[in-house]
Design a protein around this ligand. Sequence first.
Ligand code: NAP
Length: 250
Amino acid sequence: MSTTRTPTETQTVNLAILGYGKMGRMIAQLSEQRGCRVRLAMDIDVNEGGSGITPENFREVDVCIDFTTPEAAVTNIERVAAVGCNLVVGTTGWQSELPRVRKIIEKAGVGMVHAANFSIGMQLFYRLTRLAAEVFSQFPQYDPFLTERHHQFKKDAPSGTAIALGKMVGEQYTGREFSIPAVRAGFFPGAHEVGFDSEADTIELRHTARSRQGFAEGALYAARWVAGKKGLFEFSEILPGKENHHVGSS
Ligand SMILES: NC(=O)c1ccc[n+]([C@@H]2O[C@H](COP(=O)([O-])OP(=O)(O)OC[C@H]3O[C@@H](n4cnc5c(N)ncnc54)[C@H](OP(=O)(O)O)[C@@H]3O)[C@@H](O)[C@H]2O)c1
């Protein structure tokens, strides 16, 4: 295991991938072009209950990327932290356990980046959403709304991203509950819409993922960033210009 290794800008980051489904495969495909090498990829057949996460298997791994299921993620995090390896966690649907995960990461002295959405475009969309909510909430004639749609196989609904967007809008509309209609059909990689409607007009902001590539790119960016670091980070915190969403506010 090589927790303390901090790869230089030009050094390859050695990866373990947990969950060799749609995202795991896309990350593996892109990894060489993004300065990473996959040392180990485990699906449920070899990692039931986290059983494949052993010091021996993780000896040459700098960062472990988890895109599994809500049921598997926290056990995986616990076991990966226990072998002293840093993490990038893209799995959604486990975030109610974040306080426990924070303790696990701090106690183990490892680093972890997590996000409901690893697309850099979506992270910029978050910033626009916060700004839009700040602006429109000052005009009571505009009513905010959110919608999302994903492929028929997605297990959680509404998506973690939609919940995050709802919280951002909600910060400006205290006490207001948002229902988030979630379409599950076909093969949509993911679309999220935030809008403001009045009697006179509608303003809509929409993010549409064209493929899973954007998520994989962000996860690999996070893997390079977290190698050799300690602490728990949300993806938005590690991207440049994170203060920009305050532009225009005093
Ligand atoms: N944060 C983001 O940007 C982002 C983007 C896309 C997706 N996601 C999330 O990432 C997760 C995976 O998405 P996906 O589209 O790749 O799903 P997927 O194609 O269903 O892949 C998940 C894989 O994980 C496997 N798995 C389950 N338990 C495991 C364990 N304990 N150890 C290792 N592998 C295990 C599953 O095996 P079985 O099928 O045999 O159970 C499956 O092959 C979901 O939670 C999804 O919502 C997040």
